[in-house]
Design a protein around this ligand. Structure first.
Ligand SMILES: Cc1cc2nc3c(=O)[nH]c(=O)nc-3n(C[C@H](O)[C@H](O)[C@H](O)COP(=O)(O)OP(=O)(O)OC[C@H]3O[C@@H](n4cnc5c(N)ncnc54)[C@H](O)[C@@H]3O)c2cc1C
Length: 220
């Protein structure tokens, strides 16, 4: 089988490319390792900036859909010192120009904008060679144009580069508090409407976002 454009990975990059190609009348097929669109919670909030994310969504002709999923108020930012003293408290007054959306919602509007069958789920690439990719189920696909959008551990990148991801000494821990207003009101009050950053003793920092990510970063 040969497809005009083959994209590996249905993350935000691969899906945005497929959508932009589609609006220009170019068909593509996206092969994604996850078994379905609902297989995994995609993570927390992303701020979508004017100079990159919003331009990509404009090129994808999805600006209205993007506006519909913006988490109003989530651009509010608060920074605390290790003792909980508020160092910075900025409200979301609508002028931040980097609205926050849930990654899963952004992925959903991209998936819904593509013709049925564009994304082939449960197709994990195990190897890529010029003109052909192989999946873990043993099947193969021939392709004239291959795009690797399969994340940090890309199986496609080695065709172009020997560079491999390496540990840079920062640990990122992501946790969630569900129904935070009712079950963890003190945390909800400390975080506020948007993101809260806290300096921790030593060199680390943490970021906590309403409806989104709670995470701790520690640098050694
Ligand atoms: C914690 C964190 C916070 C971030 N916050 C922001 C933000 O606020 N704003 C912003 O603009 N950006 C943010 N980013 C960056 C943003 O997430 C990335 O730029 C974006 O996800 C890259 O998209 P991608 O499609 O290239 O890769 P990914 O999103 O990593 O998607 C890769 C896809 O490929 C699939 N895949 C992997 N291996 C295979 C394989 N072998 N075969 C088939 N499929 C495979 C994966 O399942 C996945 O669906 C953040 C990143 C992180 C980690």
């Amino acid at each position: 089988m040969t497809t005009p454009v083959t994209i590996v990975g249905a993350g935000l990059g691969g899906l945005t490319l497929a959508r932009v190609l589609h609006v220009h009348g170019i068909a593509s097929t996206v092969y994604e390792a996850e078994p379905s669109a609902q297989a995994r919670t995609q993570g927390g909030q992303l701020d979508i900036h004017e100079h990159n994310g919003q331009r990509a969504l404009e090129a994808a002709r999805l600006t209205d859909e993007f506006h519909a999923i913006i988490h109003e108020g989530a651009e509010a930012t608060r920074a605390l010192d290790p003792h909980g003293t508020v160092l910075l408290d900025e409200a979301d007054d609508g002028t931040g120009r980097r609205p926050e959306v849930l990654r899963g919602e952004l992925r959903r509007i991209l998936i819904e904008s593509l013709p049925t069958g564009t994304v082939q789920w449960g197709k994990k690439v195990s190897a890529a060679s010029p003109g052909r990719i192989t999946f873990t189920d043993g099947s193969t696909v021939a392709t004239n144009l291959l795009v690797g959008a399969d994340g940090a551990w890309s199986k496609v990148r080695p065709l172009l580069s020997d560079v491999k991801p390496e540990y840079v000494g920062t640990v990122f821990v992501e946790t969630y508090l569900y129904d935070v207003d009712a079950r963890h009101p003190a945390t909800a009050a400390a975080v506020g409407r948007g993101s809260m950053f806290a300096l921790t003793p030593g060199q680390g920092s943490s970021r906590t976002g309403r409806r989104a990510t709670s995470c701790i970063r520690t640098s050694n």
